[in-house]
Design a protein around this ligand. Structure first.
Ligand SMILES: Nc1nc2c(c(=O)[nH]1)N[C@H]1C(S)=C(S)[C@@H](COP(=O)(O)O)O[C@H]1N2
Ligand SMILES: [Mo]
Length: 220
C-alpha cells in the first residue's frame, strides 16, 4: 500500500493526458443522448477491460480496508469490509465510458447503491458535493446529485467474482453516466461538502462534471 501523503506521480501517461486536455484531443463537437445512441460521441467499443490509473496499485486486503464517510452528514461512518457487506446488496449491468475514448458495454456489478449509503449517513441539507479519495492518493469530485444517481454503486464484485485488485478491489465507485475517471478505485474516503473540491484530473484540465454524451472531456 502506498503512503497517503505520497504526491501523485508525474508519470508519462499523466503528462500525456494533461497534454490531451490542453489540445482538446478527441473532441467531435457532437452531442447525443443515451436514450437514442448507446455509444457516446468520439468513443469506440472494446471487448477487453483496460486498466487505467496512476500506475500505483495499492494492495489493500479486505482485512485492512476501511471506508471513512464524513463531512456534512448526520451520521459519519467508518466501515470495515464486514460492515460494507452488511448493507443492502444491489446489482447493476452498466456501460463504461473512459475519456481516453474506449467504452465497454454490459459490465455486471455487485455492491452497495450510493442511495443506501446516503440513507445511512444522512447528508445535511447544505451538503452539495462529495470528495472521493483513494488508497493510491487519487481524488475526484461529484455533485451530490451525480453521486446519488439511481445506478451509481460502491462495487466489490464484477461478473459475479470479487473485483480484481487492478480494477480497484476491494471496493471502488461506479458512476455509469459520467466518464470513468469519476469512478474512484480503491475507495478510501467519501467526504460530503458544502463547497466543491476538484480532484486529480479536474485540476489537470479535465471537465468538472464529465458527461460523455455532451463530450464534457476538458475544462474548456
Ligand atoms: N484510485 C484511482 N481511481 C481511478 C483512477 C486512478 O488512477 N486511481 N483512474 C480513473 C480513470 S482515468 C479511469 S478511466 C478508471 C479506470 O478503471 P479501470 O482501470 O478499472 O478500467 O479509473 C478511474 N479511477
Ligand atoms: Mo480514464
Amino acid at each position: 500500500m502506498t503512503d497517503d501523503s505520497e504526491p501523485a506521480p508525474d508519470t508519462k501517461l499523466t503528462r500525456t493526458k494533461e497534454g490531451w486536455a490542453r489540445e482538446g484531443r478527441f473532441l467531435t463537437g457532437r452531442t447525443s443522448r443515451p436514450e437514442t445512441e448507446r455509444l457516446p460521441p468520439g468513443q469506440h467499443l472494446v471487448k477487453n477491460w483496460p486498466v487505467l490509473d496512476l500506475g500505483l496499485t495499492p494492495d489493500v486486503s479486505t482485512d485492512r480496508w476501511r471506508l471513512t464517510i464524513n463531512g456534512a452528514v448526520e451520521e459519519p461512518q467508518i466501515w470495515d469490509f464486514a460492515k460494507f457487506l452488511m448493507q443492502p446488496r444491489s446489482e447493476e449491468t452498466t456501460d463504461i465510458h473512459c475519456v481516453t475514448t474506449w467504452s465497454r458495454y454490459d459490465n455486471r456489478w455487485g455492491g452497495v447503491a450510493t442511495r443506501e449509503l446516503l440513507a445511512v449517513v444522512q447528508p445535511k441539507s447544505d451538503a452539495a458535493f462529495v470528495a472521493l479519495s483513494s488508497y493510491d492518493g487519487y481524488s475526484t469530485n461529484l455533485s451530490i446529485e451525480d453521486f446519488a444517481a439511481e445506478d451509481a454503486m460502491l462495487v466489490h464484485e464484477w461478473e459475479g467474482r470479487p473485483l480484481d485488485r487492478e480494477h480497484g478491489g476491494p471496493v471502488r465507485l461506479m458512476v455509469p453516466h459520467l466518464y470513468f475517471w469519476k469512478s474512484a478505485k480503491w475507495l478510501k474516503a467519501i467526504e460530503f461538502r458544502t463547497k466543491d473540491q476538484p480532484g486529480f484530473w479536474e485540476v489537470r484540465g479535465y471537465h468538472n462534471r464529465g458527461d460523455p454524451w455532451a463530450e464534457e472531456r476538458y475544462s474548456d
